[in-house]
Design a binder for this molecule. Structure first.
Ligand code: PLP
Length: 390
């Protein structure tokens, strides 16, 4: 069967950057005690009250086809959450419920790109970004950021690549770097978007996990409401990764058109999942806060352990569930470091190169294991790193 270029170009036939993760899983399956600090999956599971709400909904018969754009109650609850967080008037007609943030990102790419269009994205990036852009026939162009600026994007770098670009994809709080874009950065980005008629796709799935500064949604900036699509999700904020429920916030006419995409792809999100999400969103912010607290606490522990190390520079980790460690003092690449750490210490971390050229010579540590194991892993990473520089 001859496959389409769009499909084959998603990974461009190259590595997907997840070799260390696969190797760690294989080691685990063969009985080796591996500490996995790789993927953004909570160790503390979904609040039982959310599971009960899902169960009650399914048992009450909510197991048929759901309304494609999302049940109005859920769309309203999402709109209310966004309006409360950002102050920007938002109604259910600005909301499309999707199968997770991932499907929301894909829908944004379909909404904005024709074959050959240029789509910009900030590097480092969530690993699916360029593939998602290429899957819609567009050309993915990375905008580099600098470790010395803690990966805060520079609007000037975006400006250099902006001529003719259709879209710009950003992510704050950022996976993998932990940077929270400052208001000043976002204002600069908004200026570039307006000057070059670029649509901004703002991935805000970590909006409740901010440890330093404040999350600010660029949709709230003057003149941006009509040119911004916001991607949100229940995955990270409510530890509901497996439920697959997220959303897009955008202008009414965009949402109306995107409903057609959902109709021909997912045909909506299961009704009992939507009710579980509705339940979660209407319980006040207690659940979100307790999910975030786990990572806030571990981030504090990590700062203590890493403070004494000359070999590792911790990028400040202002938000999200990851630490980015600059290990260039070892002379190793992120990949080389991660493989050696796995082989010698049975600790799995992600090479920075998996998230773009800007984080070469860095590794990403997910703060997703129990506190004591986490501290132990970090101590061993520190002494391993120090041995490499001796
Ligand atoms: N965006 C970012 C930055 C992510 O890190 C992830 C998942 O790791 C997603 C989007 C997709 O999340 P989901 O599809 O589970 O909502």
């Amino acid at each position: 069967m001859k496959l389409s270029n769009r499909l084959l170009n998603i990974t461009q036939g190259g590595s997907d950057g997840w070799e260390v993760f696969y190797q760690a899983r294989e080691m685990k399956n063969s009985g080796v005690d591996v500490l996995e600090l790789t993927i953004g999956e909570h160790d503390k599971k979904t609040d039982p009250s959310i599971i009960s709400a899902m169960d009650a909904s399914a048992r009450a018969g909510n197991t048929g086809y759901a309304i494609v754009p999302g049940w109005r109650g859920l769309r309203e609850a999402i709109a209310a959450r966004v309006e409360k967080q950002t102050g920007v008037p938002t109604t259910y007609e600005n909301v499309l419920v999707t199968t997770g943030g991932q499907a929301a990102l894909f829908a944004c790419n379909v909404a904005l790109h024709d074959e050959g269009d240029v789509a910009l994205y900030c590097d480092p990036y969530y690993a699916t970004y360029p593939g998602g852009i290429r899957a819609t026939g567009a050309r993915a162009v990375a905008v580099p950021t600098r470790s010395s600026l803690n990966f805060q994007p520079e609007p000037g770098e975006i400006e250099k690549r902006a001529e003719g670009a259709k879209s710009l994809l950003i992510n704050t709080p950022n996976n993998p770097s932990g940077v929270v874009y400052s208001r000043e950065t976002l204002e600069g980005i908004a200026r570039v978007c307006k000057r070059h008629d670029i649509t901004l796709v703002s991935d805000e799935v970590y909006d409740t996990q901010v440890w330093e500064g404040e999350h600010f949604s660029p949709r709230a900036l003057p003149g941006m409401i009509e040119r911004t699509l916001v991607v949100g999700s229940m995955s990270k904020s409510y530890a509901m990764t497996g439920f697959r429920v997220g959303w897009i916030i955008g202008p009414e006419h965009v949402i109306k058109n995107l409903i057609n995409l959902s109709t021909v792809t997912t045909y909506g999100v299961p009704g009992f999942i939507q009710e579980a999400a509705y339940f979660a969103l209407t319980q006040g912010d207690g659940i979100e806060v307790s999910v975030a607290e786990v990572f806030r606490h571990r981030r504090g522990l990590a700062r203590e352990v890493l403070a004494g190390s000359n070999a590792i520079r911790l990028i400040p980790s202002q938000g999200a569930m990851y630490l980015m460690l600059d290990i260039r003092a070892t002379g190793l690449s992120g990949q080389g470091f991660a493989h050696r750490l796995l082989d010698e210490e049975n600790i799995a971390v992600m090479p920075g190169e998996s998230f773009g050229a800007s984080t070469a010579g860095h590794v990403r540590v997910a703060m997703t294991i129990d506190d004591d194991l986490f501290v132990d892993a970090l101590r061993r990473i520190v002494s391993f790193t120090e041995k490499q520089v001796e």
